[in-house]
Design a protein around this ligand. Structure first.
Ligand code: R5P
Length: 224
């Protein structure tokens, strides 16, 4: 069976995990492939790692695959983080949170010595913004937070799941913000983050050390 591009990128990243590492584990379908490959390596090569998962879904899959997990309470330091993305722009800035895990992902990815992003080439964009930007907000007064977001020039949608507002692992809501395009991601992030009620945005600025991209079966490793 031919492997998909995201699977190829994910497997390549799994090869970079070294014995004894504390690994930050992102979330999403691409990361799930990385976890499967990592579980294989643990089984066949006997490497030992401890993972800090960035979502309950990742935690569940890691447990099912027998990958040892730890927490920030035990380890204040992450050697390597591997995560997917919804968009990667030409300056290596990211939009994340399509699966609603952006807050924990940002915690995990930003506390790593080295952060690798894995994706198929379909995630590469010139500018962020075609993918509606996820913003995590506290449920209390989300309606007024949404108004403030709209005043920044985007169309907003409260994320739903099974006919109820989607609730993040932190007990919050996600408002997806459709901008025409995001010219200056850092400024947009700062403006949104300054709003009362906002917990975090899905814009990840200046965090990436390496991107592993696969396009039509060909893997490319790019560094900022
Ligand atoms: O909240 C979810 C994350 O930011 C994911 O890493 C992102 O949505 C990419 O997911 P996937 O690998 O499924 O495309």
């Amino acid at each position: 069976m031919e492997l998909s591009d995201k699977q190829l990128a994910a497997e390549k990243a799994a090869e970079q995990v070294k014995d004894g590492m504390v690994l930050g584990i992102g979330s999403g379908s691409t990361v799930n492939y990385m976890l499967q490959k990592l579980a294989e390596r643990i089984e066949t090569e006997g490497i030992q790692i401890k993972g800090i998962p960035s979502s309950k879904k990742t935690e569940k899959l890691a447990n099912e695959l027998g990958i040892s997990l730890t927490t920030f309470a035990e380890h204040h330091h992450i050697d390597l983080a591997i995560d997917g993305a919804d968009e990667i722009d030409e300056h290596f800035q990211l939009a994340k949170g399509g699966g609603g895990s952006l807050v924990r992902e940002k915690m995990v990815d930003s506390h790593a010595d080295y952060f690798i992003v894995i994706a198929g080439a379909d995630k590469l964009v010139k500018r962020l913004g075609a993918f509606p930007l996820p913003v995590e907000v506290i449920p209390f007064g989300w309606e007024v937070t949404e108004k403030k977001l709209q005043e920044l020039g985007c169309q907003t949608t409260l994320r739903y799941q099974e006919e109820k507002p989607f609730v993040s692992d932190n007990g919050n809501y996600i408002i997806d913000c459709q901008f025409k395009s995001i010219e200056e991601p850092e400024n947009v992030h700062k403006e949104i983050k300054a709003l009362l009620g906002v917990v975090e945005t899905g814009i990840f600025i200046n965090m990436v050390n390496e991107v592993i991209i696969s396009e039509n079966g060909k893997i490319k490793v790019v560094k900022p």
